[in-house]
Design a protein around this ligand. Sequence first.
Ligand SMILES: [Zn+2]
Length: 74
Amino acid sequence: MKYLVLLLVVWAGVWWIRQQRLNSMAQDATHPNPNTPQTMLPCKHCGIHVPEGDAVHGVSGSYCSASHRQAAEG
Ligand SMILES: [Zn+2]
């Protein structure tokens, strides 16, 4: 009986470690590493560089904000 309890504790520990690993692997797949470099695009109006994901795209290029797109493209 004593060994059964010990075996159960060891099995629970292994199961818990596996769950932690699976969770961290799943998080890595859904959330890319924030330290990876991003493409920076210059604003056609003021020249400031903004990350590609935050840039506002217009007809003639990318802008840092919607107001600069409006100012440049009318
Ligand atoms: Zn700008």
